[in-house]
Design a binder for this molecule. Structure first.
Ligand code: FES
Length: 300
């Protein structure tokens, strides 16, 4: 018995569709993703990637519009995933998935050595069979839409039929995008405002980490009660210090570098006590008061 090629592609289609849908939704529902001050956010990732990517200038330009680009990436993944799973314009969805995976490879995965350890290049190549073959009519919403149009409008010319099919697909995609947009806007409206400064002393204590979980000389990231990204550092056995992650130059999120921090935007450096060790920043990182209570470090 010979197997139709479309059946052979089904596991790949399910895996890529499910993975991209999951990845897109994870970003939409991640409170750090669109937070410009979070080291876990898309802005920080773009700033970091701009320093190593072969398309660095393009990434730097994109980093100036992190919310728009972040939403395009997240909803692009959802659209590619849904289209692939539902068989709705599968080839177009595969082109989207391929472009996204390729852009991830050229940015966040570019420094992975050897190259085959990075997943994004594998994802990019994995999209190509679907890009070439599409869904071939198997579990295909597009094929069902076309059949329905032929049933109800047998008089249509092939061109008109294609136009109506495209219109049906666009209406479905627009409805999905509007639904997703409403969810995203709802989240943007309820999430803590990115970059809002901490208001020490006005929040109830929040546990940051167990004392034993932070080794001497190391740091860990956390989120302040008002939603700002911050770092807790332990310079000595009895000392815990915490700082907002926002650079005091222009607000980019700093990242740990050696025993201190470095800002990926313009290269400011700070030591483990938050003091400036290299400009253009001139002010130390903003301190977040913390104390130790019962073996745990909490906000003061
Ligand atoms: S924003 Fe950090 S160095 Fe400019």
């Amino acid at each position: 018995m010979s197997l139709q090629p479309s059946w052979a592609l089904l596991p790949l289609r399910l895996f890529l569709g499910g993975t991209f849908l999951y990845a897109g939704l994870s970003k939409i529902f991640d409170p750090h993703y669109l937070d410009d001050t979070s080291p876990l956010g898309v802005h920080a990732q773009m700033l970091q990637a701009a320093t190593t990517s072969p398309i660095g200038p393009l990434v730097s330009f994109a980093a100036e519009h992190p919310t728009v680009i972040g939403l395009v990436i997240a909803f692009g993944e959802v659209a590619a995933g849904l289209g692939t799973l539902l068989g709705l314009f599968t080839r177009v969805a595969a082109v989207g998935g391929f472009v996204l995976a390729l852009s991830f490879y050229l940015t966040v995965s570019w420094t992975t050595r050897p190259y085959y350890f990075g997943a994004d290049i594998v994802f990019a190549v994995a999209w190509t069979p679907l890009l070439i073959a599409g869904d071939a009519g198997l579990f295909s919403t597009t094929a069902r839409l076309r059949a329905a149009i032929r049933r109800h409008r047998p008089d249509l010319s092939p061109d008109d039929e294609r136009r109506m099919l495209l219109r049906g697909g666009l209406i479905t995609a627009t409805a999905a995008a509007l639904g997703g947009g409403v969810i995203a806007l709802t989240r943007l409206g309820t999430d803590p405002k990115p970059g809002r400064p901490a208001e020490p002393g006005t929040n109830s204590p929040t546990v940051i980490a167990a004392v034993a979980a932070v080794a001497v000389g190391s740091s860990t990231s956390f989120t302040t009660p008002d939603g700002s990204a911050a770092y807790l550092v332990r310079p000595s056995a009895d000392t815990f210090l915490a700082f907002l992650a926002g650079c005091t130059h222009q607000g980019c999120p700093v990242t740990p570098a050696g025993s201190g921090f470095r800002c990926p935007c313009h290269g400011s450096t700070f030591d483990g006590t938050g003091q400036v060790t290299g400009g253009p920043a001139t002010k130390p990182l903003t301190t977040v008061p913390v104390r130790v209570v019962g073996g745990q470090v909490v906000t003061a």
